[in-house]
Design a protein around this ligand. Structure first.
Ligand code: BG6
Length: 486
């Protein structure tokens, strides 16, 4: 179904994501001539707009969220010509006939993007189906959260599947739209020298960190019911883990890549309830300072005490031949000292050091893939410090550096949604998450939550601006491993 559509229908068009990401991304594609010439974009939400007032709304969003160097008045004007609006209360079927009439003929293909609360998914899909907006030429994109556990995720998947076959469902994990995340595939499968050591013989451990400096950000309603495990680990972190751990796919296409990722999810070792207290750490930020600014605790921001975790660290295992005995340490938290998404791959030490008798100390090699805010790949290797070494040889760890920012300085960094919206419009599912992946991800997450419940695990407080509770340090130090924190 790799056929561009000629219509895009955006549910949740007045929401936060639409303003910050979706409308600016669509504009970015438009300005670069990447959208099909005839593509029209219809926004829909409960808010009472008409075409003219929604265009104004869109213009205001672009003014606020586009970087200054992208604000091309002429391009904005032509972009707004593509935009229309039809108000709909998606929880009721009454509004759908008018929506269908507004959208018109969908023979040329329609892509629908649901950026609404998942509680509305089922009703929306029924509404779409009732007016013929779920036929062969229609595909649907779904924004997270896709459930809060396996059962609710299955319900959503069943509801969507009742109207759309899997090859027309596009589940979004915006991390897959990030250039640097796709670069993991290029690094692993476009180069020959990593593969021979990319396994339990060559690698000692893998660390994946997504640290954020932000706190609750006006999202209390959602976040309080989700927590870091559901919000970040179930989706983004497990997707990163899968890209690191998967077997080489035969082709760069949606089936081959997703088959391999799904196998990783199914190989994740379920953490038994009795192991959960040793294999996981949860935390909740207290007050403190981030970037020099004093910030409130989570409970204070929320206005009441809470048991929701804003930090989680997990020791995970992938039970297959390649990864036997290699821990994957995952860590994510809000109100950390720095915004940083990074994968650190710690290789094994050399089997024998010939430098030992001469005082030289070797560090095992490490590969650091920094996803954001900077984009680079660094291989830490040992080098000899210049000198005559009469008192023993001095070795130092130095980085072999590939800075994507510098190497590709001339090319514009696109936001993840540009890539994903374009793929949705063109019908390429490679960077979208398949049902079996999501459900295997939830299954693993549910076992952890169950362990927390059984053992009555409560998040430990950590100071805002720190790297989480001290127990997170102990999680790796027990194994003789130190989090990569530079
Ligand atoms: C979202 C989470 O999926 O990802 C947010 O709901 C989080 O809580 C965000 O802040 C992080 O995305 P990014 O692209 O800024 O790393």
């Amino acid at each position: 179904m790799r056929q561009p559509v000629s219509k895009l229908l955006l549910f949740g068009a007045t929401g936060d994501l639409a303003q910050r990401m979706l409308l600016p991304s669509l504009f970015g594609l438009h300005a670069d001539g990447l959208l099909p010439e005839d593509l029209t974009i219809t926004g829909t939400a409960r808010s009472d707009h008409d075409d003219a007032s929604f265009r104004k709304f869109t213009k205001a969003a672009l003014d606020e969220f586009l970087p200054d160097d992208r604000k091309d008045a002429e391009a904005i004007k032509t972009f707004l010509h593509r935009i229309g609006y039809q108000p709909v209360d998606a929880s009721k079927t009454e509004g759908f006939p008018a929506l269908a009439e507004n959208v018109g003929d969908v023979a040329g293909g329609l892509a629908i993007f649901l950026s609404t609360a998942p509680s509305l998914f089922e009703a929306t899909i029924k509404g779409l189906e009732s007016v013929g907006l779920a036929g062969d030429t229609v595909r649907i994109g779904l924004e997270k959260p896709l459930g809060y556990d396996l059962e609710s995720s299955r319900e959503i998947n069943d509801a969507v599947a009742s109207a759309f076959p899997e090859e027309r469902i596009f589940r979004i994990d915006h991390y897959l739209g990030k250039e640097t995340v796709q670069n993991i595939l290029a690094l692993r499968f476009g180069n020959s020298f990593f593969e021979p050591v990319w396994n339990a013989r060559g690698i000692d451990n893998v660390q994946i960190t997504i640290a954020e400096t932000v706190g609750l950000e006006d999202r209390a309603g959602y976040y309080e019911g989700a927590g870091a495990l559901r919000d970040m680990v179930q989706n983004h972190m497990l997707q990163l883990l899968a890209l690191i751990a998967m077997e080489p796919p035969a082709r760069f296409d949606g089936t081959a890549i997703r088959d391999e990722k799904a196998k990783v999810f199914r190989s994740l070792r379920q953490i038994a309830p009795e192991d959960v207290p040793h294999s996981t750490v949860t935390g909740q930020y207290g007050d403190g300072a981030v970037g020099g600014a004093i910030v409130k605790s989570y409970a204070e921001e929320l206005g009441k005490p809470s048991k929701t975790e804003t930090f989680v660290a997990i020791k995970a295992h992938v039970d297959n031949w390649r990864w036997q005995g290699v821990p994957f340490y995952l860590r994510t938290g809000k109100r950390m000292p720095a915004r940083r998404s990074e994968i650190a791959i710690q290789f094994k030490a050399v089997p024998h050091s010939m430098f030992a008798g001469r005082g030289g100390v070797l560090q095992p090699n490490m590969l650091i893939i920094r996803l954001q805010p900077e984009e680079y790949v660094q291989l830490l290797v040992m080098a000899k410090e210049p000198g005559l070494d009469r008192d023993g040889i001095r070795l130092r760890e130095v980085p072999l550096n590939l800075s994507m920012d510098a190497e590709f300085a001339g090319s514009r960094r696109r936001i993840a949604y540009e890539r994903l919206l374009l793929d949705l419009i063109e019908g390429d599912q490679t960077l979208f998450v398949r049902r079996d992946e999501v459900e295997a991800q939830w299954q693993w997450i549910d076992a952890i939550r169950k362990g927390w419940d059984i053992n009555d695990v409560k998040p430990k407080s950590y100071g805002s601006g720190s790297w989480g509770p001290s127990a997170a340090v102990a999680l790796t130090e027990r194994d003789g491993v130190t989090w990569q924190d530079d």
